[in-house]
Write a protein that binds this ligand. Structure first.
Ligand code: GAP
Length: 451
């Protein structure tokens, strides 16, 4: 069975993800991506950008700042409304998400109902998960945006709590500078920050994370339901491309009474994590709320002129949103395999080849035979022009295979004594462990074909 412990342990052991600032005692829920983690993360972002920007004529990309004009967050409602309900244990002083405690105790979603939640915690004597007592403060709202100061700017500014804001404020620049017609989308990948009350679960919920978001603008008169369906399908396709199994996905549609007044429909794409089904990605119909609000607060017209009908209107928007870190967690969980072999259990990360951090590993059979090392180095230098490669001459071949299996390298090449005469190498396949001899001059084409 795959557990979070196994993923956390492999991530640290093999250089995917480390708890950040370990030498200073860490910082709660902050993680650093190690050498293989950053490759995997870049490959996930590249896959997304290819699928949603490069492969499409109707979506363009941007890269906006993390710190934006604070008026933007007033317009979007974040300064007043971007809150989590929190409650403190009076005994151990730990802080928790009140809605999560109440949901666990009652099975009911009481998000936003502060007084009711205070009552439930008290009357049902819900126990503190940390110290086991039941002595709670009142449930209060807690704004999740991080504040800071900027030279030359009066008042507070914020680290963006989502990338979407930076997209809406460039709507006018995009329609003025690009020859683009509705329906069209603007995509962005970048960091977001939320002062979350975090309950562990590794990189699932952190205070600093990355999002990949698209604002897809449509004419308010078009039928949006088929487009909404199409976007959900695309989000599912992307999740499958991460290596996920369709049976581990399910959809949660937010009930009408919980929807924001401007939203026609919001669906969470949930994944079966080891700690239960939880939100992976989301899709929301946000109406014209964002453009209307930014138009009002900035005194700038953010409408669209339909050249064919000569009509001016504020477009509606569909917002498919993806968390990079959650995507990466799904890639790790889906790739993790334990297989019984004659030498014991083999741990192998069966990443889709496109996502594998290293594509090819090149080994000389023995590190103390200069001719083998020279030949292997020549092959490494040639292949690294086209593929992310790793040269490894450390330990016996079995150990080297094990290391590469655990980082998910699809192909390992071994240069042995025969290679010197016959100009060929052994190529070992990660998934089947089958080996075949391939001529050195044919290696590039062979690998291009496979990867
Ligand atoms: N613009 C819409 C928006 O931000 P969201 O559901 O709050 O919607 C979108 O966030 C996605 O960002 C989530 O589906 C999740 O993948 C990711 N995400 C949100 N909060 C996160 C956190 N604290 N840590 C890691 N990922 C997070």
């Amino acid at each position: 069975m795959i557990t979070m412990e196994k993923i956390v342990s492999l991530s640290k052991r093999r250089g995917f993800i480390f708890p950040a600032c370990d030498i200073y005692g860490g910082l709660a829920n902050a993680y650093s991506y190690g050498p293989y983690g950053v490759e995997l993360k870049n490959n996930i972002k590249k896959l997304w950008w290819e699928m949603f920007v490069h492969q499409r004529e109707d979506i363009v990309g941007i890269d906006g700042p993390i710190m934006l004009n604070p008026k933007l967050w007033e317009a979007s409602g974040h300064t007043t409304g971007f809150n989590d309900a929190m409650v403190d244990c009076k005994k151990c002083k730990k802080r928790f998400r009140a809605d999560h405690l109440v949901q666990e105790a009652t099975g009911k979603d009481m998000e936003g109902e502060l007084e009711v939640m205070t009552k439930v915690l008290k009357e049902q004597e819900v126990k503190c998960p940390e110290c086991g007592t039941s002595d709670w403060t009142e449930v209060r709202n807690f704004n999740m945006m991080f504040k800071t100061k900027m030279n030359g700017v009066d008042g507070d500014i914020y680290l963006r709590p989502e990338t979407a804001g930076a997209i809406f404020v460039e709507f006018k620049n995009i329609i003025d500078s690009m020859r683009i017609k509705l329906p069209f989308g603007i995509a962005q990948i970048g960091k977001a920050f939320r002062n979350e009350i975090v309950a562990g679960n590794f990189i699932f919920r952190t205070r600093e994370f990355e999002q990949m978001e698209i604002e897809y603008f449509i004419n308010p008169k078009v039928k949006w339901e088929p487009l909404f369906k199409k976007w959900l399908k695309l989000q599912e396709e992307f999740t499958i491309a991460l290596g996920a199994n369709k049976k581990d996905l399910r959809y949660y549609e937010h009930p009408q009474e919980k929807l924001s007044h401007y939203s026609k429909k919001t669906v969470d794409i949930e994944y079966k994590f080891p700690f239960g089904f939880s939100e992976l990605f989301g899709l929301a119909h946000r109406g014209d709320f964002d453009l209307s609000q930014h138009s009002k607060f900035s005194n700038t017209k953010l409408d669209y002129l339909d050249a064919e009908t000569n009509e001016r209107f504020i477009p509606h928007v569909l917002e498919p949103t993806f968390g990079v870190d959650r995507a990466l967690l799904v890639a790790l969980l889906s790739a993790y395999h334990e297989e019984k072999t004659k030498d014991g259990v083999r741990i192998v990360m069966k990443f889709p080849k496109k996502l594998a951090p290293v594509k090819v590993a090149i080994f000389p059979l023995l590190r103390n035979k200069p001719k083998l090392v020279k030949k292997a180095k020549e092959i490494f230098n040639d292949l690294k022009e086209d593929f992310v490669c790793e040269f490894d001459d450390n330990g016996n071949i079995g150990k080297r295979y094990r290391r590469q299996d655990e980082i998910g390298t699809p192909y390992c090449l071994t240069v042995d004594f025969d290679s010197l005469d016959k100009e060929d190498v052994t190529v070992r396949d990660r998934d089947t462990m089958k080996q075949e001899r391939i001529k050195i001059k044919e290696l590039k084409d062979y690998l291009k074909d496979k990867l």
